[in-house]
Design a protein around this ligand. Sequence first.
Ligand code: ATP
Ligand code: MG
Length: 418
Amino acid sequence: MAEIIRSIRGMNDILPEKTPYWQAVETALKEVLTGYGYQEIRFPIVEKTELFCRSIGEVTDIVEKEMYTFADRNGDNLTLRPEGTAGCVRAAMQNGMLNQTQRLWYMGPMFRHERPQKGRYRQFHQLGVEAYGFSGPDIDAEMILMTARLWKKLGLKGISLQINSLGSIEARLAYREVLISYFEANKETLDEDSQRRLHTNPLRILDSKNPEMQALNEAAPKLLDHLDEVSKQEFEALCQNLDDAGLSYEINPRLVRGLDYYGKTVFEWVTDHLGSQGTVCAGGRYDGLVEQLGGKGATAIGFAIGLDRLIALLEAMNSLPKIEKIDAYLVAVGEQASKQSLQLAETLRDQIPGLKLITHCGGGSFKSQFKRADRSGARWTLILGDDEVAKKVIGVKTMETGEQETISWEALTTYLTQ
Ligand code: ATP
Ligand code: MG
């Protein structure tokens, strides 16, 4: 027998026992976003590699070592999207959407060649949200309040907010020098990754997950102490807005985000309940990106939720949404009954919008069909034999109590809807 072909490591199947939770979570998230005026945008999963190199930055984990890049049959250099912001900006620019404000969201798979582990996959799923043309900080605050509302809607606990400001490009460049001097003075303590980043992307050293780097990073000069005046004021206004809304947060001066395009506001929602992959939602302002990609300057802010982690967290907190069970399972034995069952089911579907009804299909004894009905979790089993067909009635068994009644076909719709 031929060997079964298996999926690619780090790319998971999401099976029917889990998809109802995904659907319920996605629906809840969309409802909140729609309530704030956000509209869906869909853009391709594959883009030119250049788009990601130019936006995410050459010296980032993603571009250095995580992209799925390939030459297509024409020899074009393409990449499976590792995140959505670049593609979203590209689409908005290309379609002339940036001469007015936009509030956009998208949802779908992203691809990064990382070491697969719990909460870190090679195909994972994000809900991305982006707002263009708002200079802030009111939209920054609104966006963060919206994320808090998403958790509220899902009944999610055990997650906390961290914010920081990365300041203007100029402030960041000046701070960069301060930071390089600090790390150079402590060169012997730097791990290999950090040594490599010292002159290419020193801010990323602060983001190191290596525990041996922690003490050094904690004592490092803080970007917040080197902010430009405008960023400082905007950050204060953001904090004030969050305070006014009663939303608690922690200012984390080491929060720098792994992508090059961020400036000013950055934020993350983190949890202790998922082991080391604890960031569920991350985002920030990226005013420079549109120009960097060749467009006319437009301010921008956005965030992405890792849906795999969000659902894992809901599960860990025992807060997965309640999934609606099916209403009825229709069993039919006998030639007439089998034929009639399909008709009857169609009539019920016509008369009861939203009815979740499974017809057995495939024949078999009452006993084997009942077994399936039981396993389906249906509230009622509807039972049709040739005798019932002759009398135009049907057996209705309420599964919870085991009670069974005989109902006429005419009365069935009323019975099932009361
Ligand atoms: P991390 O520090 O965990 O690597 P990141 O900074 O690379 O995260 P972003 O690019 O900001 O992550 O993506 C936003 C969110 O998408 C993350 O907070 C996380 O929830 C999720 N995410 C990122 N990479 C993965 C992955 N490989 N598997 C599952 N979820 C991921
Ligand atoms: Mg990463």
